[in-house]
Design a protein around this ligand. Structure first.
Ligand code: TYD
Length: 147
């Protein structure tokens, strides 16, 4: 699998564990660079359902499966990569024009998203053709994934 650059990458979140159990903290400027303006979570996804199928123009997001597991396919100008989030200690940072599809949700999956901005439909690119067109307009530009 190709290595990833700083725009789309897995982060290992530090866990504070003791005899009582585990705790993970995510702070702006520490574990995540951007200022977190919004938190949402996806859960109760029906078996076989997929979500996402969009890119964002400006939004940065950090995704964590705080319970269960999910697969996330990310595509940018030069690469498509599959990630599996299967631990609360593993986060996927998505920053840049990246088409994402989330699938294979386990029944118990709770997918937490920390976002750099408030919800705005204007920031979504929901049409795949438009996304491909936007990528072309941006070229030549380095992939969001490392070579
Ligand atoms: P959507 O982004 O399409 O979900 P997904 O990418 O997981 O398939 O959002 C589903 C609905 O929820 C849509 O009507 C917009 C709304 N929504 C909000 O109101 N606020 C939010 O922060 C998000 C992410 C979605």
């Amino acid at each position: 699998m190709a290595a990833m650059n700083s725009s789309v990458k897995i982060l290992n979140l530090p866990m504070h564990g003791d005899f009582r159990g585990s705790l993970i903290a995510v702070e702006s400027g520490h574990e995540v660079e951007f200022k977190v303006q919004r938190v949402y979570y996806i859960y109760g996804v029906k078996a076989g359902s997929s979500r996402g199928f969009h890119a964002h123009r400006e939004l940065k997001q950090l995704l964590v499966a705080v319970s269960g597991s999910v697969n996330i396919r990310c595509e940018d100008s030069s690469a498509t990569q599959e990630f599996q989030l299967d631990s609360p200690e593993k986060a996927l940072l998505i920053d840049g024009l990246v088409w994402r599809e989330m699938y294979n949700f386990s029944e118990d999956c709770v997918l937490l998203a920390l976002a750099s901005d408030f919800y705005s439909e204007d920031d979504y690119v929901r049409n795949y053709g438009d996304f491909k067109k936007m990528l072309k307009e941006l070229q030549p530009k380095a992939s969001n994934f490392a070579a």
